[in-house]
Design a protein around this ligand. Structure first.
Ligand SMILES: C[S@@+](CC[C@H](N)C(=O)[O-])C[C@H]1O[C@@H](n2cnc3c(N)ncnc32)[C@H](O)[C@@H]1O
Length: 514
């Protein structure tokens, strides 16, 4: 068989046309995938918002490793959320969403946004074809909607909830891998303007709006995209290298790996996280940091038996429990969520959700204080609500005092302290959302000097927290006097008894080597 002759050369001009065609196809393909990535993120965001229990913010979902086209996905999610009320009205007016398409509701919203308001000409995909088929009726419904609202431009129908704050980009150098000077040098090579933060060692400041998520020094764990206030928490705890430390509510693990850096990788950190999905993120953070001394416990912190041999030697606890996040709501883009109402944040202080969170936070803090060998406990939230901050601290003070703890003053030079709602609130630390661009809260409990009292109480309770605590409380001989009422005594007794009966055997432990 003779070889086939080569195909004739394409006529002049068709090569550029082909190239244009294939780059158009490439753009369409990447828009197709971005819409699907955006729809997946949108589903999680809307589900979390519906349940008022978001496990992750829009940003953290978009910047998770599973999302490939982060920039396009982020833009699509934000824009779709912004136009969502209009999109819902228009889709309802056309009645085109039957049960089949409803299953892909989020993709419908993203694609409808793209077709009606976006830049993309959506030509690939089932949902795209379906919506393009109905494009005319969608546009008619949109025009009617604008007429009903008596607006000339569609934008006039959008709720202007935008409360964005411009905030510098803070990064925390991972001193387990590099020092701050080398990170500054590397960043300056790429023309970034970098300076050192004036309060927190190893925190660097860059201008706002810089996207460093994919920066090689982030990917290799040389630095973490961690805010200034968040970086204050582990420093407030200041565990010594060699200690056993518990991070009670650990994922995604920014503070866990900061603790590891402060301890120079020596000693042991136990990172406890309840949510299995977030444990995976925690594992990645730890791996990226190179921390060699972190064990992960996938379980409920409240279920930890304080007399378990693994925990009875814990000397410091970092408790950064789930909170309303009201101090970082602008940064988390909460104003884009359907449930957001202007003025919400102020009201939310007494909402059922915040009260529930505060009840958990209080329980967790009481539990942290009851570990037999614990000397330092730091409690932090990214909330501005007194309910989750000063009120929680005030409510545990009787027990804390009975256990010989006192409030210490983290960062004594810091100007913003706790709201003056009880004596001693000046020890607490707040960051101000307006001035410091985020609202954080930190309280530090320190066991009074390693006096005879402490040594004695430890000696009398070899590994068993409950009898020692109750004995100590009942006799009241080892503690500083405190106004402790009978109710609190009963509560403490019940709390500790319940804790003893809990089984911690179901906690799954995994050792993570960096
Ligand atoms: C505010 S985040 C912690 C952030 C973390 N400290 C950091 O800096 O990266 C709270 C975490 O606590 C977890 N959590 C909530 N309740 C818990 C519980 N009872 N036991 C363990 N973890 C819990 C949540 O799943 C969430 O991942």
């Amino acid at each position: 068989m003779s070889p086939r002759p080569p195909p004739p050369p394409p006529p002049q001009g068709s090569l550029t046309k082909n190239r244009r065609m294939s780059s158009k196809n490439g753009a369409e393909r990447s828009a197709y995938f971005a819409r699907r990535e955006a729809a997946r993120v949108l589903r999680r965001v809307l589900q979390g918002d519906d349940a008022r229990r978001a496990t992750a913010s829009i940003k953290s979902l978009v910047y998770s490793p599973s999302v490939r086209n982060k920039r396009a996905t982020f833009a699509l999610v934000c824009q779709t959320l912004k136009y969502l009320p209009i999109l819902k009205d228009v889709l309802a007016a056309t009645s085109i969403l039957n049960r089949k398409w409803k299953k892909q509701e989020e993709l419908i919203y993203v694609t409808a946004y793209d077709i009606l308001f976006g830049q993309q000409t959506a030509v690939m995909g089932d949902v795209e074809n379906f919506l393009i088929l109905h494009k005319d009726s969608l546009q008619t419904a949109l025009a009617r909607n604008s007429a009903r609202h008596k607006v000339k431009k569609i934008e006039d129908m959008l709720q202007n909830n935008d409360v964005r704050v411009t905030k510098p980009r803070y990064i925390r150098v991972n001193t387990l891998k590099v020092d701050a000077e080398s990170v500054i040098r590397e960043l300056e090579k790429s023309n970034f303007v970098v300076s050192r933060d004036d309060t927190i060692p190893d925190v660097l400041v860059l201008p706002s709006g810089i996207d460093l998520h994919d920066h090689p020094l982030v990917l290799n764990g040389s630095f973490f995209l961690q805010g200034k206030a968040s970086s204050m928490v582990a420093i407030a705890l200041s565990p010594k290298p060699g200690w056993k430390v518990l991070d009670a509510c650990a994922a995604p693990g920014n503070k866990t790996v900061h603790l590891a850096a402060l301890m120079r990788g020596k000693g042991k950190i136990i990172a406890c996280e309840f949510n299995a999905e977030r444990v995976r993120i925690l594992e990645k953070t730890i791996r990226r940091s190179g921390a060699p001394n972190v064990d992960i416990v996938n379980g409920d912190f409240l279920d930890i038996n304080t007399s378990d041999p693994v925990f009875k030697e814990v000397r410091a606890i970092l408790l950064d429990p789930s909170c309303s996040g009201s101090g970082i709501s602008a940064e988390r883009l909460d104003y884009l969520l359907p449930s957001y109402k202007k003025g919400d944040d102020a009201d939310a202080c007494n909402s059922e959700r915040v009260k529930k969170l505060a009840a958990f936070q209080r329980k967790a803090l009481l539990h942290a204080l009851s570990f037999p060998a614990v000397e330092r406990v730091v409690y932090s939230t990214c909330s501005v609500h007194q309910t989750e901050n000063e009120d929680v601290i005030k409510s545990v003070l009787p027990l804390a005092t009975s256990l010989n703890f006192e409030l210490a003053t983290p960062f004594p030079q810091w100007p913003h302290r706790g709201l003056p709602v009880f004596e001693g609130a000046e020890h607490l630390l707040r960051t101000d959302p307006a001035e410091d661009t985020e609202g954080f809260f930190i309280a530090l409990f320190v066991k009074k000097c390693n006096s005879a009292n402490n040594k004695l109480s430890r000696r009398t309770v070899p590994g068993k927290s409950m009898p020692s605590l109750s004995t100590k409380f009942m006799r009241g001989t080892r503690c500083k006097p405190y106004p402790f009422c009978k109710m609190s005594a009963m509560w403490l007794y019940k709390h500790l008894a319940k804790q003893r009966t809990r089984k911690s055997g179901h906690l799954r432990r995994m050792t993570q080597k960096g």
